[in-house]
Design a protein around this ligand. Structure first.
Ligand code: SF4
Length: 357
């Protein structure tokens, strides 16, 4: 049986970061109990005990430990479940972190982004580099051993030195898992309305990505997905479940689900979700092409046999010739059974997918 993950969306943040297009309301220092009650109402219909639980957002670190405890008691995860909570470094206190750990959270994900305070201010982040280091230290003292840090790449006026400083901050803080993302200017964000100066062009951004992949590998963080790197044995089980097209249920406005290959989502309307008037919407099915898209995000790649078993079209001569070309240019690895992209291939992933699909 496929594993089962539960995603809980917390649509509140202290402030809106200038690059962010996630669904979240700024100006909050706590999560209203009415929102938690609405989640508990929906959790009553959860079909299975989850193998993984992921509190994402928004800023789930704004939940109180008691609220996290209520939600986990209702979710009733299986023994040994991975339970992750995302947070910003500046909303967590020693008491709150100890409370999360006691409530059952065993993996903490901190949005660190950069080790430079001027960069953090430019991004609209509310924490400092020293604050991020302190939060990691406090998390370790609270008993967290699974610590994840996010780094943003190709920021305004970016340099390799800025990446190295941020990597050191996360390493020194005991991170076992690192997510490294390229900054994208998304529609509807402050950065779209007022673009920052000093943004690297796409070639320079690709160079920063490849540099990050190389440095992370050198430091023992093995790449297992386009943007995700982990010390051996510390890969994120929840997100792997998305990329392996297993079952997951998302709760909260803007959350997505896929159960039994049927995809659904909650519209972005917190008031409607709290009132109980919001209904989940159908979003189609997860087919062989989705499987191909997801598997090629992973360094383990796509098993052609599994793709065919899911109804994928047999790779014809034209597609096989294209794959051979990708291999000869260093964009892919292919042994006749498994197709996987290299870091260079991940940079041009969209163009490769266009040809394959
Ligand atoms: S804290 Fe995260 S979710 Fe909230 S605005 Fe910033 S990037 Fe977006």
């Amino acid at each position: 049986m496929s594993r089962f993950g539960l995603y809980i969306h917390i649509p509140y943040c202290p402030a809106k970061c200038r690059y962010c297009d996630f669904y979240s309301a700024p100006g909050r220092r706590a999560v209203p109990q009415a929102y938690v009650d609405a989640l508990l109402r929906e959790l009553a219909d959860c079909p299975r005990r989850p193998d993984t639980v992921y509190f994402g957002g928004g800023t789930p670190g704004l939940l109180s430990p008691a609220q996290v405890g209520q939600l986990l008691a209702a979710a009733d995860p299986l023994p040994g479940a991975e339970i992750t909570l995302e947070t910003n470094p500046d909303v967590v206190t020693p008491e709150r972190l100890a409370g999360f750990r006691q409530a059952g959270v065993n993996r903490l994900s901190l949005g660190v982004q950069s080790a430079r305070d001027d960069q953090l201010r430019r991004l609209g982040r509310t924490h400092t580099a020293a604050g991020a280091a302190a939060a990691l230290r406090t998390a370790r003292q609270a008993g967290f051993t699974e610590l994840c840090g996010d780094i943003m790449l190709a920021l305004p006026h970016y340099t390799r030195e800025e990446f190295d400083e941020t990597l050191s901050l996360l390493q020194d803080g005991g991170c076992t898992h690192i997510s490294a993302y390229l900054l994208k200017i998304e529609p509807g964000t402050a950065f779209e309305r007022f673009p920052p100066d000093g943004l690297p062009d796409s070639d320079a951004a690709a160079d920063f990505y490849l540099y990050a992949c190389r440095r992370l590998e050198e430091e023992g963080y093995r790449q297992y997905e386009i943007s995700n790197f982990a010390l051996p044995g510390h890969e994120g089980r929840h997100n792997l479940l998305y990329w392996n097209c297993e079952d997951y249920l998302g709760l909260g406005p803007a959350a997505h689900s896929c159960v039994g290959g049927v995809r659904r989502f909650w519209p972005s309307d917190t008031a409607g979700f709290v009132a109980g008037t919001l209904r989940e919407q159908a979003e189609g099915v997860c087919d062989a092409e989705d499987f191909l898209l997801m598997q090629l995000r992973l360094t383990s790649g796509l098993r052609l046999r599994e793709y065919y078993d899911r109804g994928g079209a047999v790779f014809d001569r034209r597609r096989l010739a294209f794959i051979r070309q990708c291999v000869s240019h260093g964009y892919a690895r292919f042994d006749g059974e498994v197709l996987a992209l290299t870091p260079a291939g991940m940079v041009v992933q969209n163009a490769i997918l266009q040809e394959l699909l």
